[in-house]
Design a protein around this ligand. Sequence first.
Ligand code: C2E
Ligand code: CA
Ligand code: CA
Length: 549
Amino acid sequence: MNDIEQLLLPILLVEKGLIRSCNQVFTEQVGYNEMEIVGRELQEIITLSEQSNEAGGSLDALLARVGLSNQISLISATVTNNYFYDMPIQLHCQAIEGRSDSFRVCFRILENKSIDPITTLPNGWAISSRSKHLLKNQDDRKNNFVLIFFNVDNFSTINFRYGFDIGDDYLQVIAKKLQSVVENDNLVVRFNNAKFGILVENHACLSTEKFNTHIRNICQRLCQISEEPLKLLRGVEVCKSFSIGVSEQSIHYNNFHAIEIAGETAMLQAKKYSESKYHFSTSQTLVDMLSHKLIIDALPSAIEQNKIQIYYQPQYEIKSDKLIGFEALSRWHHEALGNITPDVFVGIAEEIGLHFDFDLWVFRQVCSQIVTWRKQGLQIPKIAINISFKTLEMTTFVDRLKTVIEQTQCPTEFVELEITETASAKNLASLNNNIVRVKELGISIAIDDFGAGYSSLSMIREFHASLDKLKLDRSLIRNICNTEVDREFTRQIIKLSQVLDVHILAEGVEDKEQKDMLHSLDCDQAQGYYFAKPMTKSGAEQLIKEITN
Ligand code: C2E
Ligand code: CA
Ligand code: CA
């Protein structure tokens, strides 16, 4: 090996299997300083790769061979850096003249994915390797470190406005600021874009309370960075807000992924509620996160294996108390998670793109039920099925409905679709077309949750010719007897339904007073706990038999 190589490559001096010294290049590229490394066994940080192992056995055996043959070159191995990240290397070992137990071990790093090229900070690989190492070695009651997630809000606007060189400069300046806020032994990394992570270890073994205070102090100092504009290249000054999320130390996480999601979720909450504020994840975040994941895993098979049940809630004409319909509502009981409400699993179905299959599954169940009941001679009323807006805008939706109708032989005059407008509607042309085609099939259409959320007047104007019913949202009915505004709103919506010549049904009617008030306002139909809660299919069957006998 020549002098230049010695200057460029990391070198360790090893005596009797123990590291005696290292050069500066080693400290720079692998991260340990001399004090941390001297006296440790070589195999703590260098591992021969499998094929080298086969050729020469262990590191000890390799050095013994070097003792005999003086030097051995280009052995494949890995070196574990101070983040516990393993980098592939090519090893070169040389015996020190005149001695059989002392060696010069130098290596070339073949690949180091743990460094971010823009800021030269370590990156996500580094923080995950180090966290995994800490998790492996912690006592099993609590994590002795926290992860702080730090994101610059709307970072991309800097690139758009000033160019990528200024964007890169900003990242470098922020990286230095972050390093200056935390002590040297805390790991600061850049994940991607303007998302950074800080791993704070509880080296001093502080109590949970004191460690939390320490973390809060760090977060406050991070927030303070946003108060002053940062000076960048070409005299540009930029002032940005941050979102900061912290994985709570007192919660026990057993894998890096859980900590990562907890910290990121807390960061998103911080972003939602405020500017340059920090947010700690809570045990609820963890429970929500885990159950969310379990639901995502279990939902597809629950649909496939018919584990979701359909309940039926009766709907009545107010003036005569006559049963005029049922609304089909899905129920899911999961062995481990208990009853999962449809609000939750329908939302998740949309999130993972399963809404189309799910809505069609419900549609098929209800159509089959209608046919069965009719075969039994029951005089059933119309049954309403909830269809997500996202499903309704799918281009193949109506064809799929037609297939189910043909296969089940269900007469369409017994079916109604309830739709709720959501912000996510994108494909308005196909939505419009589908609503008209659904009507042509002989299926009725009701607008759900009218008067709340997104169900808007513009939608009614657009589709009024295809509508059969407006469903007044429960939130309006709740206070109808004691809040003048809600009563007036309801009165006006009822008038609108008369203008449009569609039925109007009040949802969530819980007592007689509300029912009487709705009657006096000329509302024609109602549904709610006052009349009946959603019931099983045999409950519904029983009810139909009772009223027709
Ligand atoms: P929604 O369509 O507005 O359904 C009415 C909800 O109000 C039902 O909740 C029902 O049980 C509840 N409810 C009825 N009467 C009363 C009352 O008097 N008081 C109170 N407090 N609540 C009442 P549920 O079954 O939990 O369903 C929640 C939402 O989940 C539904 O709201 C609907 O948007 C969705 N959903 C339920 N089943 C399905 C389904 O099969 N497919 C789709 N796409 N969505 C469904
Ligand atoms: Ca509904
Ligand atoms: Ca509703």
